[in-house]
Design a protein around this ligand. Structure first.
Ligand code: NAD
Ligand code: GLY
Length: 384
C-alpha cells in the first residue's frame, strides 16, 4: 500500500544515479524538495541514536541547512549541531578545517556521527575532508546547493582544502554515503553562481557528448531560468557522465583527468586572481575550456570552427571567455600563468598533462604540448 508520505516523496524525486564503486557505492538523488526536512526520506540509514553535524555557510544556513537540521532532529538524531562558516573560497583552508575539527570534537562526535555538508563546493570539499580525517573517518552526506556542486563537486569523492601553494593540494578521496541534489535549492542561488555552475555542465558535453552540447545550445535559457525539466535533465545527464568516469577511475590514474578540461588553465587564473571573489571557479573553467579548444585548434587537432562554437556558446549565456574579461583585471603575465600551471596536481614527474580536443565531445589527455603554443594562447587570452 502506498502511504501519503511515500506518494509525496515519489513526486519530489526525479532520478537516482548510481555511483558504482563496490563497497563504496552510493546513490545521487535528484529531485525537488528532497532536502530540508524531507532529507531523511533519502538517507540510506536511520538517524536513530546517531549524532548529526550540519556544516554549512552563512548564505545557505537559512533556510536550507536549518530545515535539514530540523529534519534530522525530528527523525531521532541523538544530538544535532549546526555550524555556518563564512561563505567563499577562503573557507577551504587549514584555518577552517581546524575550526571544523574543533567543532566536531568539542561536541563529542563519535565514530557513529554523520556530517552533512549543506552548501556549494567549498562546504562540500571542506566538510568531506573533515569527515575523512576526524577520528580517521566518519560517514558524510553531500547536500549540494549550487549548480556547480550538484553537477560536479559533490559527486566522486574528491575532498580537500587550498594551501598557499595552490588549489586543492591537500585532501583525500573520500566518498559520501549519498548525495541529495535538490534542484529547488537553486531558486535562491545568485545568477552569477548559477552561470558558473553551468560552465561545468557544458564541460560534460565537450568531454564526450556532442549531442548534450547541442541540447544545451538549444535549451540554455530553460536551464538558466530554472525550468524544472530542463534543470533536472542538465543535472541528471552531468551526474551520469561523471558517475561513469569516476566508476572507471576513482583515484584519477587515467581517464578521470578528462573531468579537468579547462581546469589547468582555470586554476592558474584563479591563483592569479587570489581567490578574492573576482573570478569564480566555474568562470575560470569557462575561460580555461576556451583556451583548451584554442590550443587544440592551434595544434591542428580540431577545427577553428569548434573553438569558435564553444566560445560563442559560453559568451551567449554570459560567461567570461578570456582572461581580459576578469574585473578588476588580474596583474599577471603568460609566463607567470605558465609557472602556476606547473604546480597543478596533474603534473607528474615534472610533465604537465593537458586535456585537449579533437572536436566537440572528443576530448583526450596528452603531455605532448609545446610551451610556446601555450604561452601564445595565454597571451591572447590576457590581451583579448
Ligand atoms: P561555493 O561553495 O563558494 O558557493 C558559491 C556561493 O553560493 C557562495 O557564496 C555560497 O554561500 C552561495 N550559495 C550556495 N548555495 C546557495 C543557495 N542555494 N542559495 C544562495 N546562495 C548559495 O562555490 P561552488 O561554485 O559551489 O564550488 C566551488 C568550489 O568547488 C571550488 O573550491 C572548487 O575547487 C570546488 N570543486 C570541487 C570539485 C570536486 O570534485 N570536489 C569539483 C569542482 C569544483
Ligand atoms: N572535478 C574533477 C573531478 O572530480 O575529478
Amino acid at each position: 500500500m502506498t502511504t501519503a508520505k511515500q506518494a509525496n516523496t515519489d513526486s519530489n524525486a526525479i532520478a537516482a544515479v548510481d555511483i558504482d564503486l563496490g563497497e563504496r557505492s552510493y546513490k545521487i538523488h535528484i529531485g525537488e524538495n528532497i532536502s530540508g526536512r524531507n532529507v531523511v526520506d533519502y538517507l540510506p540509514f536511520s538517524m536513530q541514536g546517531r549524532s548529526a553535524f550540519v556544516l554549512t555557510d552563512e548564505n545557505v544556513s537559512n533556510p536550507h541547512a536549518m530545515a535539514l537540521f530540523a529534519g534530522v532532529k525530528a527523525a531521532g538524531a541523538r544530538d544535532a549541531q549546526l555550524l555556518a562558516m563564512p561563505a567563499g573560497e577562503k573557507t577551504k583552508s587549514y584555518e577552517f578545517l581546524e575550526r571544523t575539527h574543533a567543532w566536531l570534537l568539542d561536541h563529542k562526535m563519535d565514530r557513529g556521527s554523520i556530517l552533512f555538508a549543506v552548501g556549494g563546493g567549498v562546504i562540500g570539499d571542506l566538510g568531506g575532508f573533515a569527515a575523512a580525517t576526524a577520528m580517521r573517518g566518519i560517514d558524510f552526506v553531500q547536500v549540494p546547493t549550487t549548480l556547480l556542486a550538484q553537477v560536479d563537486s559533490s559527486v566522486g569523492g574528491k575532498t580537500g582544502i587550498n594551501t598557499p601553494q595552490g588549489k586543492n593540494l591537500v585532501g583525500a578521496f573520500y566518498q559520501p554515503k549519498t548525495v541529495i541534489a535538490d534542484i529547488g535549492t537553486l531558486q535562491t542561488l545568485p545568477r552569477r553562481e548559477l552561470l558558473a555552475g553551468y560552465a561545468e555542465v557544458v564541460k560534460y558535453g565537450l568531454i564526450n557528448d556532442e549531442e548534450f552540447f547541442i541540447w544545451l545550445e538549444k535549451s540554455h535559457e530553460d536551464v538558466l531560468s530554472l525550468k524544472r525539466d530542463a534543470v533536472a535533465k542538465a543535472v541528471e545527464t552531468s551526474c551520469r557522465k561523471k558517475a561513469e568516469i569516476v566508476a572507471a577511475d576513482e583515484r584519477e590514474q587515467g581517464q578521470r583527468a578528462l573531468l579537468n578540461l579547462g581546469h589547468t588553465f582555470g586554476h592558474a587564473l584563479e591563483a592569479a586572481a587570489q581567490y578574492d571573489g573576482r573570478l569564480l571557479h566555474g568562470e575560470a573553467v569557462a575561460i580555461g575550456m576556451v583556451m583548451a579548444f584554442k590550443l587544440s585548434a592551434r595544434m591542428g587537432l580540431c577545427d577553428e570552427a569548434d573553438a569558435a562554437r564553444v566560445e560563442t556558446h559560453l559568451k551567449t549565456v554570459g560567461l567570461p571567455v578570456s582572461a581580459n574579461m576578469i574585473f578588476p583585471p588580474i596583474e599577471t603575465s603568460a609566463e607567470t600563468l605558465w609557472d602556476l600551471m606547473q604546480g597543478d596536481k596533474k603534473a607528474v614527474g615534472g610533465k604537465l598533462k593537458f586535456i585537449l580536443c579533437r572536436g566537440i565531445g572528443k576530448s583526450f589527455i596528452t603531455g605532448d604540448v609545446k610551451k610556446e603554443d601555450v604561452i601564445s594562447i595565454l597571451e591572447e587570452s590576457l590581451n583579448g
